[in-house]
Design a protein around this ligand. Structure first.
Ligand code: 5GP
Length: 187
């Protein structure tokens, strides 16, 4: 047993397109000591995404094997693909006293809270619904049917804010990063 204090697990969630990825990038730039989990997913890489860096890109059989063997802390289907957080690396970082950050969708956030009630859940919300629609439709990398599915999910996700410990409005990226870091207790 280590006598170092365990690190805290922070979970950033919110609708797709709200800017979770951009926010996490700012926090990581300012605080390289914050460890960010790399998820497994069955969706295809987008241009510029690197296997093992942005995601572990796996096929459905491999994903199902990871889920069935308990290797995922949480997992969910989202817009036609599977996503999950590898359990081992998270537990290792927490045991080493390193703050760990997950950037995941809502179903996964609920699973984490159930498995680890001490986890800190942060909900990132857009300044307005119109702004979220603009962001989701403006990305231009998804087909229209996929965008519609994401919008329907986003509506449900926005209604879940009350489940979270902290809400952060993503009106300005740097200011939102300040608020996220403060809520994580990092100075
Ligand atoms: P994208 O396909 O745009 O990268 O991600 C789609 C959604 O899946 C985003 O809301 C993202 O936060 C979420 N996501 C990414 N990794 C995981 C994961 O490991 N578990 C869960 N539950 N959601 C994830």
């Amino acid at each position: 047993m280590s006598d170092r204090p365990a690190g805290r697990l922070h979970v950033l969630s919110g609708p797709s397109g709200v800017g979770k990825g951009s926010l996490v990038a700012v926090v990581r730039r300012r605080h390289p000591d914050v460890w960010l989990s790399v998820s497994a997913t069955t969706r295809a890489p987008r241009p510029g995404e690197v296997d093992g860096v942005h995601y572990h890109f796996v096929d459905q059989a491999e994903f199902d094997r990871l889920a069935a063997t308990g290797a995922l802390l949480e997992h969910a289907s989202y817009a036609g693909a599977s996503y999950g957080t590898p359990r081992g690396p998270v537990l290792e970082r927490l045991a080493d006293g390193v703050p760990a950050l997950l950037e995941i969708e809502l179903q996964g956030a609920r699973q984490v809270k159930r498995a680890m009630p001490e986890a800190h859940l942060v909900f990132l919300t857009p300044p307005s619904w119109e702004e979220l629609v603009r962001r989701l439709t403006g990305r231009g990398t998804e087909d229209p049917e996929r965008v519609q599915r994401r919008l329907a999910l986003a509506r449900e996700e926005l209604a879940a804010e009350g489940f979270f410990d902290t809400t952060i409005v993503n009106d300005d990226l740097e200011a939102a990063a300040d608020r996220l870091v403060a809520s994580m207790g990092i100075t």
